[in-house]
Write a protein that binds this ligand. Structure first.
Ligand code: ATP
Ligand code: MG
Length: 417
């Protein structure tokens, strides 16, 4: 038996409907704010992610599905959407458009990870990017729209954490300061943190070791080292969120995977999710477009996991698709009546009715039972090429009609008895 590959899953029709609802909310909320949909290829040159995500990130170091395309080029199944969208922005010369350009997307992404609840190897993200605007209103807007989306989907127990990373230069200086601080307190730190001082000093903030936590309480914080302009930018983002009534916590220890972030960084989590609590996050990436070969251009975006939104979101009642008409051929052996019935279903659809042809060869009795099951409003039993019995499944009334009159009768909604 062949099964779906580890870490992947099938979107069965019921789930597909919930996804459709999610997509409709994204379209409504982001479309309403002037964001337009973008789609990029499922794979890209590996180099794009190596340069655009950052060589030191988990994604690039261990989570990419890379392969040779047969011609000696390395391609990678896209692990995230921001670098591809910036690539497309540069490739299509979108800097000539009125700025900023605002995109939303909904597609699948691939990461070689250990699968668990809320973590897959192929997963879907909804996201948005604003390229060509650096003002703090942009940062606040994108956070606000994501908050609105999560609310519309009924995601429970959300928390928003917020920080500012300043510039890469500030971070380099800060990193030296933090490393020196950790060195000075080396004996009080856990083994694990000590071993990673040079590799990733920021991780010390996440340690569950008591001694390390005591040391980190007094450690220098990046937020206190921001340049005045970066600090002011962050202040304004906070003011805008305060006015919009979006609750958040400033978390000076917030670190996210991607190297290209500048200034604002944010993440929504949900208590409803357990271990994989991250619903979506993002940040500003004012250096990325330049790093990919474009003009220096500010940008900001987020990505949120569709599975996690659906897991933490409210079950939305889904009404079954309406069926206006089920066409049944009384005598399956009668091929000419079969053609008439098939045509009737086709014409009914062209007239705007939701009409199905009974395909499975059920007996008349079985077909009527099936009509009940799918909540068909009417059943047309085609007796011969010219005549059909139209049955109103609600009242039970039925009437013999010319086949040609069936659709008009349904559209008029006239009583059959
Ligand atoms: P995590 O901490 O869960 O690994 P991340 O920091 O790698 O998340 P991002 O790269 O910021 O996540 O991706 C944005 C969102 O995409 C996450 O908040 C999460 O909801 C979702 N996501 C990331 N990786 C996966 C995955 N392997 N399976 C399902 N959803 C994912
Ligand atoms: Mg991850």
């Amino acid at each position: 038996m062949i099964q779906a590959p580890k870490g992947t899953y099938d979107v069965l029709p019921r789930e597909a409907e919930r996804r459709g609802i999610l997509e409709a909310h994204v379209q409504r909320i982001f479309g309403g704010a002037g964001y337009r949909r973008i789609e990029t290829p499922a794979f890209e040159a590996t180099e794009l992610f190596a340069r655009g995500v950052g060589a030191s990130t988990d994604i690039v170091q261990k989570e990419m599905y890379s392969f040779d395309d047969g011609g000696g080029r390395s391609l990678t199944l896209r692990p995230e959407g921001t670098a591809p969208i910036c690539r497309a922005y540069i490739e299509h010369g979108m800097h000539k458009l009125p700025l900023p350009v605002k995109f939303w997307y909904f597609g699948s992404y691939f990461r070689a990870e250990q699968p668990q609840k809320g973590r897959y190897r192929q997963f879907w993200q909804v996201g948005a990017e604003v390229i060509g605007a650096g003002a703090p209103e942009t940062d606040a807007e994108i956070i606000l729209l994501l908050a609105e989306l999560l609310e519309a989907m009924g995601v429970k127990g959300t928390r928003l954490r917020l920080a500012s990373l300043g510039t890469p230069e500030t971070r380099v200086e800060y990193r030296d300061e933090l490393t020196a601080y950790l060195r000075a307190h080396e004996s009080e730190l856990s083994e694990e943190v000590r071993a990673r001082i040079d590799l990733n000093p920021m991780r010390a903030f996440d340690s569950s070791d008591r001694g390390t936590q005591v040391v980190m309480a007094d450690a220098p914080k990046l937020l206190d080292r921001l340049d005045p302009e970066d600090a002011e930018h962050f202040e304004q983002v906070r003011t805008l969120l305060d006015v919009a009534g979006i609750p958040y916590e400033v978390d000076p220890t917030l670190v996210r995977g991607l190297d290209y972030y500048t200034r604002t960084l944010f993440e929504f989590t949900s208590d409803a999710l357990g271990a994989q609590s991250g619903v979506g996050g993002g940040g500003r990436y004012d250096r990325l477009i330049e790093q990919l070969g474009g003009q220096p251009t500010p940008g900001i975006g987020f990505a949120a996991g569709a599975e996690r939104i659906l897991l933490a979101g409210a079950e939305q009642p889904i009404a079954p698709d309406p069926v206006d008409l089920l066409v049944v051929v009384a005598n399956r052996e009668d091929r000419i009546a079969g053609v008439a019935g098939f045509e009737l279903a086709r014409e009914a659809r062209r007239a705007g009715l939701a009409a199905q042809f009974e395909l499975s060869g059920r007996s008349l009795k079985g077909a009527l039972k099936h009509a009940d099951r799918i909540h068909a409003r009417y059943v047309a039993i085609v007796n011969d090429p010219q005549s059909a019995t139209l049955k109103d499944m609600e009242s039970g009334d039925q009437r013999e009609l010319e086949t040609a009159g069936v659709i008009a009768t349904i559209l008029r909604g006239s009583r059959l008895a």
